[in-house]
Design a protein around this ligand. Structure first.
Ligand SMILES: *[C@@H]1O[C@H](CO)[C@@H](O)[C@H](O)[C@H]1NC(C)=O
Ligand SMILES: *[C@@H]1O[C@H](CO)[C@@H](O)[C@H](O)[C@H]1NC(C)=O
Ligand SMILES: *[C@@H]1O[C@H](CO)[C@@H](O)[C@H](O)[C@H]1NC(C)=O
Ligand SMILES: *[C@@H]1O[C@H](CO)[C@@H](O)[C@H](O)[C@H]1NC(C)=O
Ligand SMILES: *[C@@H]1O[C@H](CO)[C@@H](O)[C@H](O)[C@H]1NC(C)=O
Ligand SMILES: *[C@@H]1O[C@H](CO)[C@@H](O)[C@H](O)[C@H]1NC(C)=O
Ligand SMILES: *[C@@H]1O[C@H](CO)[C@@H](O)[C@H](O)[C@H]1NC(C)=O
Ligand SMILES: *[C@@H]1O[C@H](CO)[C@@H](O)[C@H](O)[C@H]1NC(C)=O
Ligand SMILES: *[C@@H]1O[C@H](CO)[C@@H](O)[C@H](O)[C@H]1NC(C)=O
Ligand SMILES: *[C@@H]1O[C@H](CO)[C@@H](O)[C@H](O)[C@H]1NC(C)=O
Ligand SMILES: *[C@@H]1O[C@H](CO)[C@@H](O)[C@H](O)[C@H]1NC(C)=O
Ligand SMILES: *[C@@H]1O[C@H](CO)[C@@H](O)[C@H](O)[C@H]1NC(C)=O
Length: 591
């Protein structure tokens, strides 16, 4: 009997192996040509960053545990790196596309990213991570589907609709970084784009003639999954659709308790899936609105995104005023309560965030506590900079992960403080010493007057609490230890804190940063270095064969390597994966 069971288990593993070698292909392939194209989303011609000539770029469509291969061709006149926001590269921060882990791809070069997405599902997006490039475009959606055998916790929607919203400047990213370098604020954006297009002319005073706007075509009676992302620079939005309810279903990789909203705040870098049923009569089109949050609305009227929801049998144009935003200009409690109402559906099947397969994050003991405090910009060495806990991050010329690989010393310091420094702020390449398989508690304290959001690469974290005032040890009593949502980007209200818990099971060097592009650019980020202390236990993929070299390692970069390297990479990582599978099969055989 027992022997028979072993045989079956073994057979399953062999089948998996065969599946890898032939038949079902677990990889998705993309070619990304990054270039400038001329567009006039707000009526002013400007150079925007396009992918394959498209602005926004194409959507990446993958499935849980897939390999994703993206060959990025840099046709800009400057370096580029593409970052996969919210996509957790399994065991390979080598592929994260931020300066702490990757050398930038120079102009005219191409570089192939290759990574396996973790046991995750959901709605994410990619964008160019260097300097202020995201302010000029280069972004697009990234979907990770459930594996076919795992049901989704709602009826299959009739279609998926990708909606990318963001504040927009008619100045390009180089002009914006020059302003920041000169110690200036970016000021009010010039508008809001929805899928790369300006607002519908709902008001002739506020919206000039001739602006191309986005139209979402739908069939009456059908239900759609809208994947809405805030890909902008620094503005939080209230998202709503005239006369339609939004059923929240997913937030950056977690199926939520499905709740009915008339509007929801979406902060910079955040992604949500809504189920929307086209249950209205088609007497007219309807407005889709993204209006700025927590700003002086009378001044920011022009900074509103408006697209059109068009039923196939619609009898006319959308008219009249936009649906009202929440009436809470002086009270952010409404918004915070709304954020707290987003909870994880703990009975939904599907890929689970870390810790894998566990609902019990609330009973895991915390190993490390970090309070990251954001303060208003300050002068350091004559430059206007932003800080986290008193440290303004400086990117090293040699990426941290690469420096470790070649045992270079003095590239960074592992001394990021657990509590905000009381000494004067300073510029430093200071990172967090993560404990492998530890459980880290991070308190994000916002001591500025602007809304902020924070992102962490490589992980989904549990959002356990947020409140006004200063966080204290007693605040832990208010934590949600049961169905806090797991996600990768969370907002922190001005004068308030947000607490997150992270299970450090993914080896690598992972970025933690403000998503607000201006304050990120000025130094609000650090990295968490997670190393398996057992040196012989291969819990990380090896350095890719096509790794680029820069900084102290520039001499290793051979120009002719570029085209030869990538073809080998796929083979090597797949081989590594197969060896893992064989070990797994052998272990289960003797279990
Ligand atoms: C960006 O704008 C500056 C002017 O502010 C201009 O000199 C530069 O050519 C622009 N760059 C691109 C790529 O359009
Ligand atoms: C994405 O991939 C899934 C599974 O392979 C497929 O069912 C779906 O139609 C694809 N969606 C798009 C928009 O290509
Ligand atoms: C560059 O692209 C070519 C195909 O266009 C590919 O063969 C090569 O491997 C790529 N180089 C890198 C470093 O990814
Ligand atoms: C949670 O997920 C389960 C299982 O898929 C589903 O049946 C249920 O409707 C969901 N509950 C809510 C409140 O969303
Ligand atoms: C258009 O917006 C302006 C400025 O907010 C406002 O005064 C005017 O009443 C609006 N027009 C209509 C038709 O709503
Ligand atoms: C959402 O709530 C509204 C008002 O309570 C209700 O009319 C509508 O049917 C609800 N939608 C769903 C899908 O529950
Ligand atoms: C269609 O819906 C609109 C908005 O709810 C309403 O004002 C209008 O009277 C309805 N028309 C018909 C024919 O039901
Ligand atoms: C908003 O701006 C208007 C016009 O500049 C100004 O009169 C008003 O006082 C401002 N409101 C607030 C709350 O700052
Ligand atoms: C957590 O710590 C407490 C007290 O130090 C200990 O009793 C408990 O067993 C620990 N729980 C786990 C899951 O390690
Ligand atoms: C980093 O943490 C590990 C334990 O996780 C410890 O052994 C090591 O000494 C720490 N390194 C530094 C520089 O603090
Ligand atoms: C910033 O911190 C100081 C000192 O703790 C506090 O007095 C002040 O109210 C805080 N401001 C905000 C906006 O959080
Ligand atoms: C290697 O690491 C994994 C995950 O941390 C652990 O489960 C396994 O027991 C380790 N293997 C050895 C031989 O130490």
């Amino acid at each position: 009997m027992a022997l028979c069971r072993f045989f079956i288990v073994c057979l399953i593993h062999v089948c998996l192996l065969v599946g890898l070698c032939s038949g079902e292909d677990p990889s998705v392939f993309y070619d990304f040509v990054v270039s400038y194209v001329t567009a006039s989303p707000l009526g002013v011609p400007q150079q925007v960053i396009a992918i394959n000539g498209k602005f926004p770029g194409p959507t990446i469509n993958a499935t849980t545990n897939n390999y994703v291969v993206v060959n990025v061709h840099n046709k800009l006149d400057e370096n580029v790196l593409i970052h996969w926001s919210g996509v957790q590269q399994r065991r390979s921060s080598w592929q994260d596309g931020v300066l702490g882990t990757n050398c930038p791809i120079p102009p005219k070069w191409n570089w192939t990213y290759q990574f396996q997405v973790k046991d995750q599902i959901g709605s994410f997006f990619y964008f160019p991570s260097l300097h202020m490039q995201r302010a000029s475009g280069g972004f697009g959606g990234f979907i990770i589907n459930n594996r076919p055998i795992i049901p989704i916790p709602f009826d299959t929607p009739d279609a998926d609709i990708m909606i990318l919203i963001g504040d927009w400047y008619t100045r390009n990213h180089t002009a914006l970084s020059r302003a920041l370098d000169a110690g200036k604020d970016l000021g009010m954006p010039d508008g809001v784009l929805i899928n790369g297009k300006g607002p519908y002319q709902y008001n002739t005073t506020l919206v000039p003639d001739g602006i191309d706007y986005e139209t979402i075509n739908v069939h009456p009676g059908r239900t759609y999954r809208l994947r809405v992302h805030n890909v902008g620079v620094s503005t939080s939005f209230n998202f709503r659709i005239q006369n339609h309810y939004l059923i929240l279903a997913e937030s950056e990789g977690s199926y939520t308790v499905q709740q009915n909203y008339t509007n929801l705040d979406i902060h910079v870098g955040q992604s949500y899936s809504f189920l929307v049923t086209m249950d209205q009569n088609a007497s007219s089109d309807y407005y889709i609105v993204a209006s700025p949050r927590f700003v002086n609305e009378s001044q920011w009227k022009r900074v509103t995104g408006v697209a059109i929801l068009h039923y196939t049998n619609s009898k006319g144009k959308a008219t009249g005023p936009l649906p009202d935003p929440p009436n809470d200009e002086f009270d952010k409690t409404y918004s915070m309560n709304q954020a707290r109402s987003i909870r994880w559906n703990v009975s939904a099947s599907g890929a689970r965030p870390n810790p894998q397969g566990s609902f019990r994050y609330g009973s895991i003991n915390v190993t490390d506590v970090y309070v990251l405090k954001n303060k208003p910009p300050t002068m350091i060495n004559g430059k206007r900079r932003t800080t986290l806990s008193g440290i303004s991050f400086v990117n090293p010329s040699t990426p941290i992960r690469l420096a470790d690989q070649f045992k270079l010393k003095g590239i960074y310091k592992l001394d990021f403080p657990n509590k905000p420094l009381t000494s004067p702020p300073r510029m430093e390449t200071s990172i967090i010493n993560g404990t492998y398989r530890g459980f880290m508690e991070v308190i994000l304290q916002n001591n500025n007057t602007k809304m902020q959001s924070y992102h962490m690469s490589g992980y989904a974290f549990f959002v356990v609490g947020m409140d006004y005032g200063e966080w204290t040890e007693n605040s832990r009593g208010t934590y949600n230890k049961w169905d806090g949502i797991a996600r990768s980007t969370i907002q922190v209200y001005p004068g308030a804190w947000t607490a997150i818990l992270i299970s450090l099971d993914n080896v690598g060097v992972w970025n933690i940063r403000t998503e607000n592009l201006d304050t990120w650019y000025l130094g609000q980020e650090t990295y968490v270095r997670v190393v398996n202390p057992e040196v012989n236990n291969k819990t990380e993929f090896p350095i890719p064969d096509n790794a680029l070299f820069c900084g102290a390692l520039s001499r290793l970069q051979k120009p002719e390597d570029i085209s030869l390297a990538a073809s080998k990479t796929v083979g090597r990582s797949k081989l590594f994966f197969m060896v893992l599978m064989i070990i797994c099969a052998v272990i289960s055989l003797f279990h």
